[in-house]
Ligand binder design. Structure first.
Ligand SMILES: *Cc1c(COP(=O)(O)O)cnc(C)c1O
Length: 492
């Protein structure tokens, strides 16, 4: 299957590209994104036929339906990376916590956050395409904390790929920082930036757009690519687990085939819930996708009013930092699906030029058929973390935002799956603040120990080891020196 562009074609880029082309060069005409030309039609009873299949088998059959131009052996190799998860047969378990409430735990991979679900197999696929074409790529990543560790882990020692990862010095948790600076692959460079996440992200965007930087790389035969969630190579792996949610509830005899369910997704760049939107359109019986946000309530406003307005919004730093966002990239793919390329181009141009776009009443109604949204603040999150642990379930601050949607957005009395995007170990000081109802500054190490002892919570080996691991990257630099350092790294 080929891929087409969300903002139409500029007459210079090809009208359609293959999957491998779309993931190597993810930027489409007019700054748009690539989307599948149409969603695959699955065989009748696809879901029922997969009740007794493993996650890998399900994933394989969904990828197969997309008819991507990747060899079967390479797909299998990529999916075998789910063997690195706690339980390879069930890498993302769906756990019952109340009569009608289930948690889909997406954090059982090597870096303990949901980014592993897609980045692990994606890294393998990208490297295999690069190798096949005999091309070398530099992947740039800017991270507020979860993408960086997951990208470094997946690309470590992979052929034909080098990674430069920028993180805001002092802007991540200790665990997140250690996960990055202790990675030891020769093909990895991790740079702390004096500044915040926005600075790191802006630096990355400038480099991606810089002709002189590209020329510099070309001298060494290196092309530039990105591993952020605008890359469809990540999105395709984020469709699969929404099928898994439904299949798990069937398997646990919590629903009958055809019975609808709600999915609640804590959202930032909208990649996770976009996968749910595609799954819904591919036939998973989903009543609605409930979008949870934190105090950065742009997605809630957009879905409730049809207006996406950042004219006087400022980014707030919250305790669920992976959802701190103003411009959410993947809404563009939903706009394209619902209103087509011309309209999407208008919306995105308005957003770029005027920092606002407005949908009509009719368009907004159409959006609301698929999505509802609500946001909550850190205080609410802390109460939820405490009250759920009192009932025996430990969750992280991102997961906690889902409960508001579960409590307020359901019109029907249907089973609900909330997505747990990070393990508590990645945000242990926030979790301990919630449990102790204080606002002390606990170092991660202390918070991890206290929580694991007091509440008998499992600490994975990979987290424990971090505090004794060798630091392989200790460079913290000014924004102006980023390009120079990356070129030095390339020339090694
Ligand atoms: C990335 C991330 C999110 C947001 O996911 P999107 O796909 O960007 O909407 C939520 N929670 C955690 C812990 C994350 O790492």
């Amino acid at each position: 299957m080929n891929f087409i562009e969300t903002r139409g074609n500029d007459g210079k880029k090809p009208l359609e590209v293959s999957f491998s082309e779309a993931i190597l060069n993810p930027s489409a005409s007019f700054g748009g994104l690539y989307v599948p030309k149409q969603l695959p039609e699955l065989e009748e009873n696809f879901i029922l036929n997969h009740i007794d299949k493993s996650y890998k088998e399900l994933a394989y059959d969904i990828l197969k339906a997309f008819e991507i131009d990747i060899e079967e052996s390479e797909i299998e190799k990529a999916l075998n990376l789910y063997d690195k998860f706690d339980n390879p047969a069930n890498p993302c378990p769906v756990v019952k916590v109340k009569d009608d409430l289930f948690v889909h735990e997406q954090y059982h991979g090597p870096t303990r956050a949901f980014k592993d679900m897609a980045l692990q197999p994606f890294g393998s696929i990208l490297s295999s395409i690069a190798k096949k074409r005999d091309e070398h790529y530099l992947i740039l990543a800017a991270t507020s904390g979860d993408t960086g560790p997951a990208a470094l882990n997946t690309f470590k020692n992979k052929d034909n790929i080098q990674v430069a990862c920028l993180y805001p010095d002092g802007g991540t948790s200790d665990v997140q920082r250690l996960q990055m600076v202790c990675e030891d692959g020769k093909n990895l460079k991790v740079l702390g930036i004096k500044g915040n996440f926005d600075d790191a992200q802006t630096a990355l965007k400038n480099l991606l757009a810089s002709e002189s930087f590209k020329d510099e790389l070309e001298k060494d035969g290196i092309k530039l690519s990105a591993a952020n969630s605008v890359n469809f190579g990540r999105i395709i792996f984020q469709i699969i687990y929404h099928f898994w949610s439904y299949i798990q509830l069937l398997k646990q005899e919590e629903i009958k085939y055809g019975e609808k369910i709600y999915l609640v997704v804590p959202s930032g760049n909208f990649g996770n819930v976009l996968g749910g939107f595609y799954a819904m359109n591919m036939g998973v019986p989903i009543e609605k996708l409930l979008v949870a946000s934190n105090e950065n309530n742009i997605l809630t406003e957009w879905i409730n009013t049809g207006v996406y307005d950042i004219t006087d919004k400022e980014l707030k730093l919250t305790k669920s930092p992976a959802m701190d966002i103003l411009k959410s990239s993947n809404i563009e793919r939903v706009l394209y699906s619902l209103y087509g390329g011309d309209r999407t181009k208008e919306f995105m141009e308005d957003l770029n030029n005027k920092k606002i776009f407005k949908m009509s009443e009719k368009e907004t109604q159409k959006l609301k058929k698929y999505f509802s949204a609500v946001n909550s603040d850190d205080l609410y999150g802390a109460k939820i973390i405490k009250s759920f642990l009192d009932d025996g379930y430990l969750m992280d601050p991102h997961t906690a935002t889902c409960i508001k949607a579960y409590e307020e957005l359901k019109d029907e009395n249907l089973k609900t799956v909330i997505y747990s995007t990070a393990e508590w170990t990645k945000f242990s000081p926030t979790v301990l603040n919630a449990l102790n109802q204080d606002d002390k500054n606990y170092p991660d190490k202390e918070a991890l120990e206290i929580i694991s002892e007091k509440y008998n919570a499992n600490l994975p080996q990979s987290i424990k080891e971090l505090f004794n691991a060798t630091i392989n990257h200790d460079m913290v630099i000014d924004k102006k020196d980023i390009e120079e350092e990356i070129v030095k790294f390339i020339r090694g």
